[in-house]
Design a protein around this ligand. Structure first.
Ligand SMILES: NC(=O)c1ccc[n+]([C@@H]2O[C@H](COP(=O)([O-])OP(=O)(O)OC[C@H]3O[C@@H](n4cnc5c(N)ncnc54)[C@H](OP(=O)(O)O)[C@@H]3O)[C@@H](O)[C@H]2O)c1
Length: 468
Protein backbone atom coordinates (compact mmCIF):
# COMPACT_ATOMS: atom_id res chain seq x y z
CA UNK A 1 0.00 0.00 0.00
CA UNK A 2 1.40 3.39 -0.98
CA UNK A 3 0.68 5.88 1.76
CA UNK A 4 1.20 9.63 1.84
CA UNK A 5 1.59 11.20 5.27
CA UNK A 6 1.10 14.96 5.33
CA UNK A 7 2.03 16.99 8.41
CA UNK A 8 4.82 14.43 8.87
CA UNK A 9 6.85 16.96 10.83
CA UNK A 10 3.97 17.76 13.17
CA UNK A 11 3.11 16.45 16.61
CA UNK A 12 0.88 13.58 15.48
CA UNK A 13 2.61 13.12 12.11
CA UNK A 14 6.04 12.29 13.51
CA UNK A 15 4.62 9.67 15.85
CA UNK A 16 2.41 8.19 13.17
CA UNK A 17 5.39 7.93 10.83
CA UNK A 18 7.18 5.85 13.45
CA UNK A 19 4.21 3.52 13.80
CA UNK A 20 3.47 3.17 10.09
CA UNK A 21 7.06 2.10 9.48
CA UNK A 22 6.35 -1.00 11.56
CA UNK A 23 3.84 -2.08 8.91
CA UNK A 24 5.82 -3.95 6.30
CA UNK A 25 3.11 -3.74 3.65
CA UNK A 26 3.17 0.05 3.73
CA UNK A 27 5.40 2.09 1.49
CA UNK A 28 5.56 5.49 3.09
CA UNK A 29 5.88 8.89 1.45
CA UNK A 30 6.15 11.98 3.66
CA UNK A 31 4.96 15.42 2.67
CA UNK A 32 6.64 18.30 4.52
CA UNK A 33 7.13 21.99 4.00
CA UNK A 34 10.85 21.82 4.87
CA UNK A 35 12.63 18.71 3.70
CA UNK A 36 15.60 19.21 6.03
CA UNK A 37 13.45 18.59 9.12
CA UNK A 38 13.47 14.86 8.40
CA UNK A 39 16.35 12.44 8.02
CA UNK A 40 16.39 10.02 5.13
CA UNK A 41 15.33 6.51 6.08
CA UNK A 42 14.92 3.23 4.27
CA UNK A 43 11.46 2.61 2.76
CA UNK A 44 10.57 6.28 3.09
CA UNK A 45 10.33 8.93 0.42
CA UNK A 46 10.34 12.60 1.39
CA UNK A 47 8.52 15.14 -0.73
CA UNK A 48 8.79 18.84 -0.08
CA UNK A 49 5.81 21.06 -0.82
CA UNK A 50 2.71 22.61 0.58
CA UNK A 51 -0.98 22.36 -0.07
CA UNK A 52 -1.09 25.84 -1.62
CA UNK A 53 1.37 24.72 -4.28
CA UNK A 54 -0.87 22.32 -6.18
CA UNK A 55 1.95 21.08 -8.40
CA UNK A 56 3.86 19.85 -5.35
CA UNK A 57 0.67 18.11 -4.20
CA UNK A 58 0.17 16.43 -7.57
CA UNK A 59 3.72 15.10 -7.52
CA UNK A 60 3.43 13.83 -3.96
CA UNK A 61 0.10 12.09 -4.61
CA UNK A 62 1.16 10.22 -7.74
CA UNK A 63 0.49 6.48 -7.27
CA UNK A 64 -0.78 6.93 -3.68
CA UNK A 65 -3.58 4.66 -2.33
CA UNK A 66 -4.19 6.23 1.08
CA UNK A 67 -3.42 9.77 2.16
CA UNK A 68 -3.32 11.06 5.73
CA UNK A 69 -4.35 14.67 6.21
CA UNK A 70 -2.74 16.01 9.42
CA UNK A 71 -2.41 19.62 8.40
CA UNK A 72 -3.48 22.77 10.05
CA UNK A 73 -2.27 26.33 9.90
CA UNK A 74 -3.01 27.41 13.46
CA UNK A 75 0.07 29.60 13.59
CA UNK A 76 -1.43 32.02 11.02
CA UNK A 77 -3.98 34.65 12.07
CA UNK A 78 -6.29 33.74 9.15
CA UNK A 79 -5.94 30.00 9.78
CA UNK A 80 -9.62 29.23 9.19
CA UNK A 81 -9.54 30.52 5.65
CA UNK A 82 -6.16 28.91 4.95
CA UNK A 83 -7.35 25.57 6.33
CA UNK A 84 -10.44 25.61 4.08
CA UNK A 85 -8.34 26.32 0.99
CA UNK A 86 -5.72 23.76 1.99
CA UNK A 87 -8.36 21.02 2.48
CA UNK A 88 -10.07 21.82 -0.83
CA UNK A 89 -6.76 21.70 -2.72
CA UNK A 90 -5.91 18.43 -1.06
CA UNK A 91 -9.29 16.85 -1.84
CA UNK A 92 -9.14 17.94 -5.49
CA UNK A 93 -5.58 16.68 -5.91
CA UNK A 94 -6.43 13.33 -4.25
CA UNK A 95 -9.38 12.79 -6.59
CA UNK A 96 -7.29 13.78 -9.59
CA UNK A 97 -4.54 11.33 -8.55
CA UNK A 98 -6.98 8.45 -7.99
CA UNK A 99 -6.31 8.17 -4.23
CA UNK A 100 -8.78 5.72 -2.68
CA UNK A 101 -8.90 6.92 0.93
CA UNK A 102 -8.23 10.07 2.93
CA UNK A 103 -7.70 9.71 6.67
CA UNK A 104 -8.14 12.93 8.61
CA UNK A 105 -7.80 13.69 12.30
CA UNK A 106 -9.78 16.68 13.55
CA UNK A 107 -11.29 17.77 16.85
CA UNK A 108 -14.38 16.71 18.77
CA UNK A 109 -17.20 19.24 19.13
CA UNK A 110 -20.49 20.51 17.78
CA UNK A 111 -20.64 23.14 15.07
CA UNK A 112 -23.25 25.26 16.85
CA UNK A 113 -21.13 25.74 19.97
CA UNK A 114 -17.67 25.38 18.45
CA UNK A 115 -14.84 27.84 18.97
CA UNK A 116 -13.17 29.40 15.94
CA UNK A 117 -10.38 26.80 16.15
CA UNK A 118 -12.78 23.90 16.35
CA UNK A 119 -14.91 25.31 13.56
CA UNK A 120 -11.89 25.28 11.32
CA UNK A 121 -11.27 21.60 12.19
CA UNK A 122 -14.95 20.81 11.43
CA UNK A 123 -14.91 22.72 8.15
CA UNK A 124 -11.78 20.85 7.10
CA UNK A 125 -13.52 17.52 7.79
CA UNK A 126 -16.62 18.64 5.88
CA UNK A 127 -14.57 19.64 2.85
CA UNK A 128 -12.53 16.44 2.85
CA UNK A 129 -15.74 14.38 3.15
CA UNK A 130 -17.66 16.33 0.50
CA UNK A 131 -17.06 13.97 -2.46
CA UNK A 132 -18.09 10.48 -1.29
CA UNK A 133 -18.84 9.68 -4.95
CA UNK A 134 -15.14 10.09 -5.83
CA UNK A 135 -13.13 9.30 -2.70
CA UNK A 136 -13.65 7.80 0.75
CA UNK A 137 -12.81 9.91 3.83
CA UNK A 138 -12.35 8.52 7.31
CA UNK A 139 -12.78 11.47 9.64
CA UNK A 140 -11.42 10.88 13.12
CA UNK A 141 -12.30 13.33 15.87
CA UNK A 142 -10.33 13.57 19.12
CA UNK A 143 -10.52 15.90 22.13
CA UNK A 144 -7.60 16.50 24.48
CA UNK A 145 -4.69 14.28 23.51
CA UNK A 146 -2.68 13.04 26.49
CA UNK A 147 0.92 12.68 25.45
CA UNK A 148 4.23 14.37 26.12
CA UNK A 149 4.56 17.40 23.88
CA UNK A 150 0.84 17.72 23.09
CA UNK A 151 -0.08 21.41 23.60
CA UNK A 152 -3.10 20.67 25.78
CA UNK A 153 -1.20 18.18 27.92
CA UNK A 154 1.75 20.55 28.31
CA UNK A 155 -0.68 23.19 29.62
CA UNK A 156 -2.04 20.77 32.22
CA UNK A 157 1.47 19.69 33.21
CA UNK A 158 2.86 23.21 33.60
CA UNK A 159 -0.16 24.52 35.53
CA UNK A 160 -0.14 21.63 37.96
CA UNK A 161 3.60 21.54 38.47
CA UNK A 162 3.96 25.29 38.97
CA UNK A 163 0.87 26.22 40.99
CA UNK A 164 -0.03 24.73 44.38
CA UNK A 165 -3.28 26.77 44.34
CA UNK A 166 -5.28 27.56 41.25
CA UNK A 167 -8.19 29.95 40.93
CA UNK A 168 -10.18 28.06 38.36
CA UNK A 169 -12.79 29.69 36.11
CA UNK A 170 -16.08 28.04 35.18
CA UNK A 171 -14.56 26.18 32.24
CA UNK A 172 -12.92 23.65 34.58
CA UNK A 173 -16.34 22.02 34.95
CA UNK A 174 -16.77 21.43 31.21
CA UNK A 175 -16.79 17.76 30.31
CA UNK A 176 -14.39 16.15 27.88
CA UNK A 177 -13.13 12.72 26.85
CA UNK A 178 -9.35 12.73 26.68
CA UNK A 179 -7.42 10.13 24.73
CA UNK A 180 -3.90 8.74 25.00
CA UNK A 181 -1.59 9.76 22.20
CA UNK A 182 -0.67 6.09 21.64
CA UNK A 183 -4.34 5.21 21.07
CA UNK A 184 -4.75 8.00 18.53
CA UNK A 185 -1.75 6.64 16.63
CA UNK A 186 -3.16 3.11 16.75
CA UNK A 187 -6.56 4.19 15.38
CA UNK A 188 -4.92 6.13 12.59
CA UNK A 189 -2.64 3.22 11.70
CA UNK A 190 -5.39 0.59 11.63
CA UNK A 191 -7.55 2.95 9.59
CA UNK A 192 -5.28 2.33 6.61
CA UNK A 193 -6.38 -1.33 6.64
CA UNK A 194 -10.09 -0.82 7.35
CA UNK A 195 -12.36 -2.71 4.95
CA UNK A 196 -15.19 -0.09 4.91
CA UNK A 197 -15.70 1.76 1.62
CA UNK A 198 -17.99 4.62 2.59
CA UNK A 199 -17.28 7.86 4.48
CA UNK A 200 -17.25 7.39 8.26
CA UNK A 201 -16.89 9.82 11.14
CA UNK A 202 -15.12 8.14 14.05
CA UNK A 203 -15.12 9.84 17.45
CA UNK A 204 -12.32 8.64 19.71
CA UNK A 205 -11.80 9.12 23.45
CA UNK A 206 -11.77 7.36 26.80
CA UNK A 207 -13.67 8.12 30.04
CA UNK A 208 -15.77 11.26 30.48
CA UNK A 209 -14.33 13.75 32.96
CA UNK A 210 -14.17 17.49 33.63
CA UNK A 211 -11.07 19.62 33.05
CA UNK A 212 -10.91 19.96 36.82
CA UNK A 213 -10.39 16.20 37.02
CA UNK A 214 -7.75 16.37 34.30
CA UNK A 215 -5.77 18.81 36.45
CA UNK A 216 -6.30 16.95 39.73
CA UNK A 217 -5.74 13.57 38.04
CA UNK A 218 -2.36 14.71 36.77
CA UNK A 219 -1.43 16.09 40.21
CA UNK A 220 -2.38 12.78 41.78
CA UNK A 221 -0.42 10.75 39.23
CA UNK A 222 2.78 12.70 39.90
CA UNK A 223 2.23 12.83 43.66
CA UNK A 224 1.43 16.55 44.05
CA UNK A 225 -1.20 18.05 46.37
CA UNK A 226 -3.13 20.72 44.50
CA UNK A 227 -6.06 22.91 45.52
CA UNK A 228 -8.50 24.39 43.03
CA UNK A 229 -10.50 27.44 44.07
CA UNK A 230 -13.50 27.75 41.73
CA UNK A 231 -14.93 31.09 40.56
CA UNK A 232 -18.25 31.25 38.65
CA UNK A 233 -16.89 33.15 35.59
CA UNK A 234 -15.47 32.05 32.25
CA UNK A 235 -12.76 34.77 32.01
CA UNK A 236 -11.46 33.63 28.58
CA UNK A 237 -9.15 36.65 28.13
CA UNK A 238 -7.70 36.47 31.62
CA UNK A 239 -7.32 32.68 31.39
CA UNK A 240 -5.51 33.00 28.05
CA UNK A 241 -3.06 35.56 29.48
CA UNK A 242 -2.54 33.37 32.50
CA UNK A 243 -1.80 30.30 30.37
CA UNK A 244 0.53 32.35 28.19
CA UNK A 245 2.58 33.37 31.20
CA UNK A 246 2.51 30.08 33.11
CA UNK A 247 2.86 27.55 30.29
CA UNK A 248 4.99 27.26 27.11
CA UNK A 249 2.17 28.05 24.66
CA UNK A 250 1.95 31.53 23.14
CA UNK A 251 -1.17 33.68 23.41
CA UNK A 252 -2.48 32.69 19.96
CA UNK A 253 -2.65 29.00 20.91
CA UNK A 254 -3.73 29.61 24.52
CA UNK A 255 -6.70 31.76 23.48
CA UNK A 256 -7.78 29.30 20.75
CA UNK A 257 -7.72 26.43 23.23
CA UNK A 258 -9.43 28.37 26.05
CA UNK A 259 -12.22 29.43 23.70
CA UNK A 260 -12.83 25.74 23.03
CA UNK A 261 -13.17 24.91 26.74
CA UNK A 262 -16.58 26.56 27.00
CA UNK A 263 -18.36 23.68 25.32
CA UNK A 264 -18.35 19.98 26.02
CA UNK A 265 -16.33 17.78 23.71
CA UNK A 266 -17.86 14.34 23.98
CA UNK A 267 -18.11 11.39 21.61
CA UNK A 268 -21.22 11.45 19.45
CA UNK A 269 -20.92 8.01 17.84
CA UNK A 270 -19.70 4.51 18.66
CA UNK A 271 -17.92 3.88 15.39
CA UNK A 272 -14.55 3.51 17.12
CA UNK A 273 -15.82 0.49 19.10
CA UNK A 274 -17.59 -0.98 16.07
CA UNK A 275 -14.77 -0.57 13.58
CA UNK A 276 -11.76 -1.05 15.86
CA UNK A 277 -12.79 -3.66 18.45
CA UNK A 278 -9.15 -4.53 19.18
CA UNK A 279 -8.37 -1.07 20.54
CA UNK A 280 -9.20 -0.54 24.21
CA UNK A 281 -8.32 3.09 24.96
CA UNK A 282 -6.09 3.70 27.98
CA UNK A 283 -7.69 5.38 30.98
CA UNK A 284 -6.63 8.96 31.73
CA UNK A 285 -4.45 7.74 34.60
CA UNK A 286 -2.72 5.15 32.38
CA UNK A 287 -2.17 7.74 29.67
CA UNK A 288 -0.63 10.20 32.16
CA UNK A 289 1.65 7.49 33.58
CA UNK A 290 2.87 6.57 30.08
CA UNK A 291 3.50 10.22 29.30
CA UNK A 292 5.41 10.90 32.50
CA UNK A 293 7.58 7.86 31.74
CA UNK A 294 8.25 9.16 28.21
CA UNK A 295 9.44 12.49 29.59
CA UNK A 296 11.54 10.88 32.33
CA UNK A 297 13.33 8.58 29.92
CA UNK A 298 13.87 11.32 27.32
CA UNK A 299 11.87 9.42 24.69
CA UNK A 300 9.85 12.40 23.51
CA UNK A 301 9.40 11.91 19.76
CA UNK A 302 7.60 15.11 18.90
CA UNK A 303 6.19 18.25 20.47
CA UNK A 304 3.55 20.75 19.45
CA UNK A 305 6.28 23.33 18.84
CA UNK A 306 8.27 21.18 16.40
CA UNK A 307 5.98 21.84 13.43
CA UNK A 308 7.40 24.61 11.32
CA UNK A 309 4.55 26.98 12.08
CA UNK A 310 5.19 30.68 11.97
CA UNK A 311 8.37 32.61 11.47
CA UNK A 312 10.73 29.96 10.28
CA UNK A 313 13.21 31.72 8.06
CA UNK A 314 14.86 29.17 5.81
CA UNK A 315 17.03 31.56 3.87
CA UNK A 316 20.17 31.92 5.90
CA UNK A 317 22.72 31.92 3.11
CA UNK A 318 23.66 35.58 3.54
CA UNK A 319 24.15 35.89 7.26
CA UNK A 320 27.54 37.47 6.74
CA UNK A 321 25.71 40.51 5.27
CA UNK A 322 23.68 41.06 8.45
CA UNK A 323 23.66 44.67 9.60
CA UNK A 324 24.80 43.80 13.11
CA UNK A 325 27.05 40.93 14.06
CA UNK A 326 28.44 40.03 17.46
CA UNK A 327 31.19 37.46 17.06
CA UNK A 328 33.22 35.69 19.72
CA UNK A 329 36.16 33.55 18.59
CA UNK A 330 37.88 31.14 20.96
CA UNK A 331 40.55 28.54 20.09
CA UNK A 332 39.54 25.02 21.08
CA UNK A 333 43.05 24.14 22.25
CA UNK A 334 43.16 20.46 23.14
CA UNK A 335 39.37 20.06 23.37
CA UNK A 336 37.93 17.91 20.59
CA UNK A 337 35.48 19.43 18.12
CA UNK A 338 32.97 16.73 19.08
CA UNK A 339 33.02 17.79 22.75
CA UNK A 340 32.41 21.42 21.85
CA UNK A 341 29.71 20.45 19.34
CA UNK A 342 27.92 18.25 21.91
CA UNK A 343 28.11 21.06 24.43
CA UNK A 344 26.60 23.77 22.25
CA UNK A 345 23.96 21.31 21.03
CA UNK A 346 22.77 20.96 24.63
CA UNK A 347 22.12 24.70 24.99
CA UNK A 348 18.78 25.94 26.34
CA UNK A 349 16.08 24.18 28.33
CA UNK A 350 17.33 22.92 31.70
CA UNK A 351 21.00 23.35 30.65
CA UNK A 352 20.48 27.09 30.27
CA UNK A 353 22.50 29.50 28.14
CA UNK A 354 25.98 29.13 29.63
CA UNK A 355 25.70 32.05 32.03
CA UNK A 356 23.37 34.98 32.74
CA UNK A 357 20.40 32.64 32.63
CA UNK A 358 18.34 35.11 34.65
CA UNK A 359 18.70 37.60 31.77
CA UNK A 360 17.43 34.98 29.32
CA UNK A 361 14.51 34.27 31.65
CA UNK A 362 13.74 37.99 31.77
CA UNK A 363 13.95 38.23 27.99
CA UNK A 364 11.61 35.26 27.78
CA UNK A 365 9.15 36.91 30.13
CA UNK A 366 9.16 40.10 28.02
CA UNK A 367 8.63 37.95 24.93
CA UNK A 368 5.61 36.31 26.57
CA UNK A 369 4.16 39.73 27.39
CA UNK A 370 4.36 40.57 23.69
CA UNK A 371 2.60 37.32 22.74
CA UNK A 372 5.77 35.34 21.92
CA UNK A 373 6.88 31.86 22.98
CA UNK A 374 9.10 32.92 25.89
CA UNK A 375 11.73 30.44 26.96
CA UNK A 376 9.45 27.93 28.62
CA UNK A 377 9.23 25.70 25.53
CA UNK A 378 12.55 24.22 26.68
CA UNK A 379 13.96 21.34 24.66
CA UNK A 380 12.50 18.09 23.33
CA UNK A 381 15.57 16.16 24.51
CA UNK A 382 18.34 17.26 26.89
CA UNK A 383 21.19 16.45 24.50
CA UNK A 384 20.10 15.56 20.99
CA UNK A 385 18.78 18.09 18.48
CA UNK A 386 17.41 17.90 14.97
CA UNK A 387 16.56 20.55 12.43
CA UNK A 388 13.11 21.94 13.17
CA UNK A 389 13.38 21.43 16.97
CA UNK A 390 12.43 24.37 19.11
CA UNK A 391 14.85 25.36 21.87
CA UNK A 392 13.27 27.93 24.18
CA UNK A 393 12.46 30.81 21.81
CA UNK A 394 14.80 29.59 19.07
CA UNK A 395 14.33 27.18 16.18
CA UNK A 396 17.10 24.88 14.95
CA UNK A 397 17.53 25.73 11.26
CA UNK A 398 20.87 24.14 10.47
CA UNK A 399 22.87 21.35 12.02
CA UNK A 400 26.14 19.94 10.71
CA UNK A 401 27.71 17.12 12.71
CA UNK A 402 30.69 18.32 14.77
CA UNK A 403 30.60 21.70 12.99
CA UNK A 404 27.59 23.92 13.18
CA UNK A 405 24.38 24.67 15.03
CA UNK A 406 22.33 27.54 13.66
CA UNK A 407 19.35 28.89 15.58
CA UNK A 408 16.73 31.27 14.25
CA UNK A 409 15.11 33.61 16.79
CA UNK A 410 11.35 33.09 17.10
CA UNK A 411 11.03 35.66 19.87
CA UNK A 412 9.18 38.92 19.16
CA UNK A 413 11.83 41.19 17.67
CA UNK A 414 11.99 44.33 15.51
CA UNK A 415 13.97 42.34 12.91
CA UNK A 416 15.36 38.89 12.29
CA UNK A 417 18.08 37.26 14.34
CA UNK A 418 20.20 34.12 14.27
CA UNK A 419 22.67 32.62 16.70
CA UNK A 420 25.39 30.46 15.21
CA UNK A 421 27.89 28.12 16.84
CA UNK A 422 30.53 27.10 14.33
CA UNK A 423 33.72 25.09 14.67
CA UNK A 424 36.30 26.01 12.01
CA UNK A 425 40.09 25.76 11.86
CA UNK A 426 40.35 24.64 15.48
CA UNK A 427 38.29 27.58 16.79
CA UNK A 428 34.78 28.20 18.05
CA UNK A 429 33.01 31.03 16.22
CA UNK A 430 29.93 32.11 18.11
CA UNK A 431 28.01 34.72 16.11
CA UNK A 432 24.78 36.60 16.70
CA UNK A 433 23.40 38.08 13.47
CA UNK A 434 20.70 40.73 13.35
CA UNK A 435 18.79 42.21 10.42
CA UNK A 436 16.95 45.16 12.04
CA UNK A 437 13.56 46.32 10.88
CA UNK A 438 13.55 50.11 10.57
CA UNK A 439 14.58 52.47 13.34
CA UNK A 440 13.05 50.30 16.09
CA UNK A 441 15.35 47.44 15.11
CA UNK A 442 18.43 49.64 15.30
CA UNK A 443 17.44 51.16 18.63
CA UNK A 444 16.82 47.64 19.95
CA UNK A 445 20.29 46.44 18.97
CA UNK A 446 22.09 49.50 20.39
CA UNK A 447 20.13 49.24 23.65
CA UNK A 448 21.24 45.66 24.07
CA UNK A 449 24.94 46.21 23.32
CA UNK A 450 25.91 46.40 27.02
CA UNK A 451 24.03 43.16 27.71
CA UNK A 452 25.45 41.47 24.63
CA UNK A 453 28.96 42.38 25.72
CA UNK A 454 28.61 40.30 28.89
CA UNK A 455 26.11 37.69 27.74
CA UNK A 456 27.77 36.61 24.49
CA UNK A 457 31.32 36.76 25.84
CA UNK A 458 30.30 34.80 28.93
CA UNK A 459 28.41 32.32 26.78
CA UNK A 460 31.38 31.49 24.54
CA UNK A 461 33.86 31.27 27.44
CA UNK A 462 31.60 29.13 29.60
CA UNK A 463 30.76 26.90 26.66
CA UNK A 464 34.44 26.13 26.16
CA UNK A 465 34.93 25.62 29.91
CA UNK A 466 31.98 23.24 30.01
CA UNK A 467 33.30 21.31 26.99
CA UNK A 468 36.57 20.86 28.78
N1 LIG B 1 -2.23 17.78 18.95
C1 LIG B 1 -3.39 17.66 19.56
O1 LIG B 1 -3.48 17.74 20.79
C2 LIG B 1 -4.63 17.38 18.73
C3 LIG B 1 -5.85 17.12 19.40
C4 LIG B 1 -6.97 16.82 18.63
C5 LIG B 1 -6.90 16.83 17.25
N2 LIG B 1 -5.72 17.12 16.63
C6 LIG B 1 -5.71 17.18 15.17
O2 LIG B 1 -4.64 16.44 14.64
C7 LIG B 1 -4.20 17.05 13.42
C8 LIG B 1 -2.68 17.19 13.48
O3 LIG B 1 -2.37 18.00 14.60
P1 LIG B 1 -0.89 18.23 15.15
O4 LIG B 1 -1.04 18.60 16.56
O5 LIG B 1 -0.03 17.09 14.76
O6 LIG B 1 -0.48 19.51 14.34
P2 LIG B 1 0.95 20.26 14.22
O7 LIG B 1 1.95 19.64 15.11
O8 LIG B 1 0.71 21.71 14.34
O9 LIG B 1 1.33 19.95 12.74
C9 LIG B 1 0.62 20.53 11.67
C10 LIG B 1 1.34 20.18 10.40
O10 LIG B 1 0.72 20.84 9.33
C11 LIG B 1 1.70 21.05 8.36
N3 LIG B 1 1.27 22.13 7.49
C12 LIG B 1 0.73 23.33 7.82
N4 LIG B 1 0.39 24.01 6.72
C13 LIG B 1 0.74 23.22 5.66
C14 LIG B 1 0.61 23.36 4.26
N5 LIG B 1 0.05 24.44 3.70
N6 LIG B 1 1.07 22.35 3.47
C15 LIG B 1 1.65 21.25 4.02
N7 LIG B 1 1.77 21.05 5.33
C16 LIG B 1 1.31 22.03 6.15
C17 LIG B 1 2.96 21.44 9.13
O11 LIG B 1 4.04 20.98 8.35
P3 LIG B 1 5.56 21.51 8.50
O12 LIG B 1 5.95 21.34 9.93
O13 LIG B 1 6.31 20.63 7.56
O14 LIG B 1 5.53 22.96 8.11
C18 LIG B 1 2.80 20.62 10.40
O15 LIG B 1 3.61 19.49 10.37
C19 LIG B 1 -4.92 18.39 13.31
O16 LIG B 1 -5.97 18.28 12.39
C20 LIG B 1 -5.46 18.61 14.71
O17 LIG B 1 -6.66 19.33 14.73
C21 LIG B 1 -4.58 17.38 17.35
Amino acid sequence: MKVLLTGANGYIGRRLKHRLLQEETIHLRLFVTHKQTLTLQERVEIFQGNTFDTQSLDRALEGIDTAYYLIHSMASHNYRELDRKSAQNFLDACIQAGVKRIIYLGGLGEKKSASEHLLSRIETGEILSSRPDAIQTLWFRAGVIIGSGSASFEIIRHLVEKLPFMITPKWVNTLCQPIAQSDVIEYLTLAAFLSAHENVMIDIGSETMSYKHLLLGYADAVGLERTLIPVPFFTPKLSSYWLTIMTPVPYSIASALIEGLKSEVLLTNENAVKLFPTIHPLSYREAVNATVEEIKTAQVLSRWSDASGEAWETDHANLADAVFIDRQIIPLGDISAKKVFDTFCSVGGKTGWFGFDWLWVMRGFIDKLFGGFGISRGRRDPTSVRIGDSIDFWKVVDLQENQRLLLFAQMKLPGKAWLEFLIKDGKLYQSAYFYPQGLAGRVYWYMLIPFHFFVFRGMANNLIKKSK
